[in-house]
Design a protein around this ligand. Structure first.
Ligand code: ADP
Length: 326
């Protein structure tokens, strides 16, 4: 009987548990024995690898995070430890591995494949949505819905108290979460690395809006810019608006997986297992232009992710200070 394992590496996302559930069910359906590797690459090195059964995945569909936990592993960057990891898998007869993670994790897996011959398929999983070659990474939709709920709630209190709220979203150097959230929540300001805007250019327009009765502002800023406090200070000092900063932080990573993430988890895992069975040895399953396709590690990890130009143009148009409605 073929043996296949799954692990989560790097930051966890909501959608990993639905993926794990599908992995167990589909592996059995394809006549394979599934295994869990706990704690990412650390678990591979420490031989924290156990057989998976149907009952392990009962009831996990609704849970954020990952039942098999995730980790970053400094040791896995060292070939000596990767050799130990390979031996642990080989001793159990495991020849195939599915890795839920980001481009760093895939880079590590590629080395591992060349050294050990153990096949793998990567599933892009990060709320930052910053992996080159795929339009969608597992966890993004749930994160966007959490941000939407947070901004909607903040808007209620902002308008009751006549305040400016500066909301910082995650995304490292990628402005995807901030841009989509700003557009879909009707924010007045969106500051992301990909669209440089000088906030002082809004001054005349916002003063005019305040004179006409505007009683709150919502500004969404991406964590990569590290300027949330500065922006709040600008609202206080230049517009005389009491301001608050709200850093959404890790709550964006958790929560009940959205319908879309559950479905995408199922599709990603199904394609990944099919690919391994067809003999694809070291690829990443990507989703672009509404289709699934396989890419090499170089295609996803060598080049930095660039935000979709159509989305960027929407943002440039919507948030240009010159388009601000007086
Ligand atoms: P992500 O997968 O989200 O990009 P990281 O970049 O933190 O996250 O990588 C996750 C893990 O992948 C690291 O902790 C390390 O164990 C492994 N890894 C990353 N890059 C390499 C590499 N060049 N060689 C070996 N392992 C790597």
């Amino acid at each position: 009987m073929d043996k296949i394992a799954i692990l989560c590496s790097g930051g966890d996302v909501s959608g990993m548990n639905p993926a794990i559930k599908r992995f167990v069910e589909y592996s059995f359906a394809k006549g394979m024995q599934p295994f869990f590797v706990y704690n990412g690459y650390e678990g591979l090195i420490d031989n924290n690898i156990r057989e998976a059964h149907y009952e392990d995945v009962a009831g996990i569909m609704t849970r954020g995070g990952t039942k098999i936990r995730s980790a970053r592993s400094i040791r896995f960057k060292d070939a000596t430890y990767r050799a130990i990891a390979a031996k642990n898998l080989q001793d159990k007869g495991i020849t195939k591995l599915i890795v839920l993670g980001g481009d760093g994790s895939f880079r590590g897996m590629e080395r591992f494949y060349h050294e050990s011959g153990i096949s793998f398929c990567g599933i892009p999983s990060t709320i930052d949505n910053d992996i080159n070659g795929t339009d969608y990474c597992l966890g993004v939709d749930t994160a966007l819905n959490i941000i939407k709920n947070a901004i909607d709630s903040i808007r209620d209190t902002a308008s009751s108290f006549r305040r400016a709220f500066v909301i910082e979203t995650m995304g490292r150097d990628c402005g995807y979460l901030a841009l989509v959230s700003a557009i879909t929540s009707g924010a007045e300001v969106c500051l992301i690395p990909e669209i440089p805007i000088d906030i002082t250019q809004y001054k005349g327009c916002f003063e005019s809006q305040i004179r006409k009765g505007r009683d709150y502002f919502i500004a969404v800023v991406s964590e990569g810019l590290k300027n949330a406090n500065e922006v709040a200070q600008w609202f206080e000092e230049e517009l005389g608006f009491e301001s608050r900063v709200s850093i959404l932080g890790h709550l964006q990573r958790g929560g009940n997986p959205s319908v879309y993430d559950r479905l995408m988890a199922y599709k990603f895992v199904t394609h990944a297992i099919d690919a391994l069975l067809e003999g694809k040895n070291n690829s990443v399953i990507c989703y672009s232009k509404s289709h699934f396709n396989f890419k090499s590690i170089d295609e996803v990890a060598l080049n930095p992710y660039r935000l979709d130009e159509e989305l960027l143009n929407l943002g440039r148009e919507q948030f240009a200070p010159s388009h601000c409605q007086m």
